[in-house]
Ligand binder design. Sequence first.
Ligand code: TXA
Ligand code: MG
Length: 315
Amino acid sequence: MQTLITDSPEEAAAILNSGGIVAFPTETVYGLGAAITNTEAIRQVFQAKGRPTDNPLIVHIGRVEQLGEVARQINPAAEKLIERFFPGPLTLVLKKSPLVPEAVTAGLETVGVRCPANVVAREFLSRCSTPVAAPSANLSGLPSATSWETVMKDLEGRIDCILRGEPSSIGLESTIVDCSGQKPILLRAGAITLEQLQAVVGEVSAEKSDSEGTPPKSPGLKYPHYAPLASIILCRPREAATPRPRSAFIGMQRQAGEWEAQKICKNLEEYGRELFSFFRHCDSEGIRFIYCELPSSEGLGRAIRDRLLRAAGEE
Ligand code: TXA
Ligand code: MG
């Protein structure tokens, strides 16, 4: 399959509308979209990524008003979160409307819905004739793609089109909150922090969705994720690490010693934005160990910590 690369949201949307699968930029990470009503295109999305079919896709909308097309029984907590954080880096899990096919939700009665804020994403989505189901645009198991070049590396020849945009400004996947039950539950930490959610709706539980014995609330969380080929070694803040040969470091405090690459980030925002692209860079350089400073779980630290623990195989 020939993958067309374009800067035109119109052209990309036309390809999606005629049954193609299209990668597009968002402020979190790049997504790989298909029309929710086209089950063959949805099947191709799973196939292109090598994604297990029991892992549901997030449905993306260009305008908040389209929510009614995909979700029903939106409760007051969800309404407040929509009012405050849509469009943006937040996915809400809601009761699904019958219009959303089972292939998208992997048979669940709920649907994850997101309205991205990125301008190119919105121009694209607003020209798509249906809401767009999209996982992150990377091969399953690898870190999410935060640039179109990374999408190309993983998926060229496997998808119809890449809509080229800027590198993702956040660099970590959206916060996922399950609002389908009585109390909101944080399923995946992201740039909208637990503290911000709590400030809007009061109590939000952050229980582990994949604790033993209970089925995971977010099916994708049971799969290994975000892992570079190199091994991850976690360090405490301000811990002096001694590098093995072929090692790199990412964190907020510079390390002494012989490192093949060091990425020093001035704050958590930069750390989140650079993390996956640094993983990808290290893999392309043949680096064997990536030492990573593990931030505390306050604010954006929770999301970075979560990705690091998963990459290290500790979650
Ligand atoms: O930032 C993002 O969320 C990006 C961009 C493209 O929007 N998308 C993304 O998709 O990260 P993906 O497929 O890589 O991760 C989606 C996660 C998976 O863990 C999946 O299991 C979960 O969302 N999910 C989707 N629908 C769900 C549902 N109805 N209930 C619970 N979890 C759901
Ligand atoms: Mg993903």
